[in-house]
Design a protein around this ligand. Structure first.
Ligand code: NAD
Length: 422
């Protein structure tokens, strides 16, 4: 099939290159000229394991452009993959969605053939039918579900594992109303053997939020139990190994530590909370999930102060800045509140991350960035482990004070070792 992808960030580029690998022709549309140029030179616009190789391999199957009209005219299906960030009050900011819908509408105006628009961005229930649909209809002068299709296909990939997740999803959720859109999506996903769940548009939108809210809840739950374990001298990891053996519970996502970050969980839980309040519901559990998550990284500083009572002038090493390993993404990284607190307390920070230092330096240019993790260890009085990059398992921590937020086993060799929940 011929597929266009609006927005070539984490979701867009992986989805598009994934479809190209499955022998579809793909056109990426992005307003960011730099990304367009990179993609057209077969260079990944961001770091994601395995992406560069797949881009090179499928070089003849995709192009990138900023020209909506050309892309939509040539393709059968358009996936909207633009960002849906939070506004200051936590509610969803639809500015990218709206401008994408305007441009899609304008491009559809002169197109004769039926075209399917699929919303892959995470949008609160009601957005597709109440915001995207009327915008495209107004600009295209066409009728949705008759002249063009409109469907929702939420994305569940995990950054850092995105390519693997694209080809091996647990399920594919499709919210659609008319047969042509269902048929196109069925065809596009025909080689996938996982369950395909067809539902209505609003339900598909909600499935994405309920999934992320549940996973975020599981992490905050693990951290709350983990904090209690720490005070009682119990290893929360062993507790959750035991708990996870219950088939009703499932062992994954019980990694107690310093909380969740990234572009999805915090913003999606907050957007769902705002939507709940808009419809007169008080999301008490979700509020607690966020509150626990905001306090959790500071546990690392609390533990550090047990061993270094005054941080002013102390050399504190920070290992890991990305919100999780195998990504350069620092959005909502737990490193941010940790570094902010260290700066406030006057510590001298030396930081290292294998992939995310450039992104982190854009917000914190004042830090000293090391060339290696070894350099951090050699030049600091105490080390905080913030992201569990695999290479941190190979370091020599002997003789150091290490406060571990992510369970790096090797760090236990340190002179003084504290785990956040163990
Ligand atoms: P991102 O910020 O990395 O990328 C968005 C891209 O859209 C950027 O390249 C930007 O230049 C482009 N863009 C913005 N407005 C545009 C427009 N009008 N026309 C064309 N391009 C435009 O975002 P992301 O992380 O890929 O997330 C995209 C969506 O997918 C969000 O709704 C997010 O919640 C959801 N999602 C993300 C992940 C993830 O792990 N990142 C996982 C599942 C779902």
């Amino acid at each position: 099939m011929k597929v266009s992808i609006v927005g070539s960030g984490y979701v867009g580029i992986v989805t598009g290159i994934g479809f190209a690998e499955l022998n579809n022709e793909v056109i990426f549309i992005d307003i960011d000229k730099d990304k367009v140029e990179k993609i057209n030179s077969a260079k990944p616009p961001l770091y994601e394991k395995g992406l560069e190789e797949l881009m090179k391999k499928n070089r003849d199957k995709y192009v990138a452009t900023s020209d909506y009209k050309r892309a939509i005219e040539y393709t059968d299906v358009t996936f909207i993959c633009v960002g849906t960030p939070s506004k200051k009050d936590g509610s969803i900011d639809l500015k990218f969605i709206k401008s994408a819908a305007v441009e899609i509408g304008k491009a559809l105006k002169d197109k004769g053939d039926f075209h399917v628009v699929v919303v892959k961005s995470t949008v609160v229930p009601g957005t597709t039918e109440d915001v995207i649909k009327p915008t495209i209809e107004e600009k295209s002068k066409k009728k949705s579900f008759e002249d063009f299709g409109l469907a929702v296909n939420p994305e569940f990939l995990r950054e850092g594992n995105a390519i693997e997740d694209f080809f091996n999803p647990d399920r594919i959720v499709i919210g659609a109303k008319e047969e042509k859109s269902k048929k196109s999506l069925n065809e596009l996903y025909s080689s996938f053997e996982c369950p395909k769940f067809f539902t209505d548009i609003k339900t598909a939108e909600m499935i994405k939020y309920a999934s992320n809210a549940f996973l975020a809840t599981k992490i905050s739950f693990a951290n709350e139990i983990g904090n209690i374990c720490k005070k009682l001298g119990i290893d929360a990891y062993d507790v959750f190994k035991g708990v996870g053996l219950d088939h009703r519970i499932n062992p994954s996502f019980f990694r107690a530590g310093i909380g969740f970050g990234g572009s999805c969980f915090p913003k999606d839980v907050k957007a769902l909370m705002a939507k709940a309040e808009e419809v007169g519901e008080n999301p008490r559990l979700l509020k607690a999930v966020i509150e626990i998550n905001e306090k959790q990284p500071l546990k690392l500083i609390e533990l550090l102060k047990k061993h270094v009572s005054k941080l002013e002038g102390e050399k504190i090493g920070v290992l890991g800045l990305a919100f999780k390993p195998d990504t350069d993404d620092i959005r909502e990284s737990r490193a941010i509140p940790i570094v902010e607190t260290l700066i406030k307390e006057g510590a001298e920070i030396i930081a290292y991350d294998p992939k995310a230092m450039n992104n982190f330096a854009k917000i914190f240019p004042q830090l000293k960035y090391a060339n290696s993790a070894d350099e951090v260890i050699a030049n600091s009085d105490a080390v905080l482990i913030v992201t569990e990059w695999e290479e941190f398992e190979k370091l020599n921590y002997k003789g150091k004070i290490v406060i571990d937020g992510r369970r790096v086993e090797r760090a236990r060799e340190a002179k003084i070792y504290e785990g956040v929940c163990w």
